[in-house]
Design a protein around this ligand. Structure first.
Ligand SMILES: [Zn+2]
Length: 195
């Protein structure tokens, strides 16, 4: 089976590389009457971001865990028929002070890896019976285990237990590598195999 990875921002950060702060994004919000947690629902508007940094790379990381890419990356992913996402334009507030910004797009990931296999050392540390909120702890030396039988075969996907963890397949990574796309990091994840 294909390898899978978690897609992340680079570990070593240069101040010159363009990053963004979100200034506006509307989404449905529900407050749990029992635990008081506010849960994010459907995104209702595009994102508006302020850009910092003088050097554009292919991924633009934000102060919130969303994936934003340049139009070049989006076009490549679409051309190579990468599955598991739709896109939404990202609006730049106050322009980019170093010139004309490439058009930016948010990758809205809907691909699903199903429920995580908790046997991998991942434990439930908090739970609300009323709204279903659950928090998990992942030991740093453990890999996240995705169940291949629940995975919908998308090239980019998420799991409900870790909504802001983005997983990608070899297919996805190949498109990035073959086109010299930069400014991201991959951490190995693993398939869960039951014996
Ligand atoms: Zn709750």
């Amino acid at each position: 089976m294909d390898e899978i990875y978690q897609l992340l921002e680079p570990e070593i950060w240069s101040k010159e590389i363009v990053f963004g702060n979100v200034t506006y994004m509307d989404f449905e919000a529900y407050e749990c009457a029992f635990c008081g947690r506010v849960h994010r629902g459907k995104q209702l508007s595009d994102m508006y971001v302020e850009l910092y940094g003088s050097r554009f790379e292919d991924f633009v990381w934000l102060d919130i865990p969303e994936i934003v890419v340049t139009e070049r990356v989006l076009a490549l992913l679409e051309r190579e028929r990468i599955t598991g996402f739709t896109s939404r334009p990202v609006h730049i507030v106050n322009g980019w002070r170093y010139g004309e910004s490439p058009s930016l797009f948010q990758l809205k990931v809907f691909g699903s890896g199903g429920h995580l296999a908790l046997e991998g050392g991942i434990t439930r540390i908090d739970e609300c019976q009323y709204c279903g909120y659950t928090a998990y702890s992942i030991p740093p030396d453990k890999m996240i285990l995705v169940d291949p039988n629940q995975w919908d075969q998308s090239d980019i996907f998420i799991v409900p237990e870790l909504p802001f963890y983005y997983f990608v397949t070899d297919e996805f990574v190949e498109v990035l590598k073959a086109n010299n796309i930069r400014n991201y990091r991959l951490v190995g994840a693993s398939w869960y195999v039951s014996w």
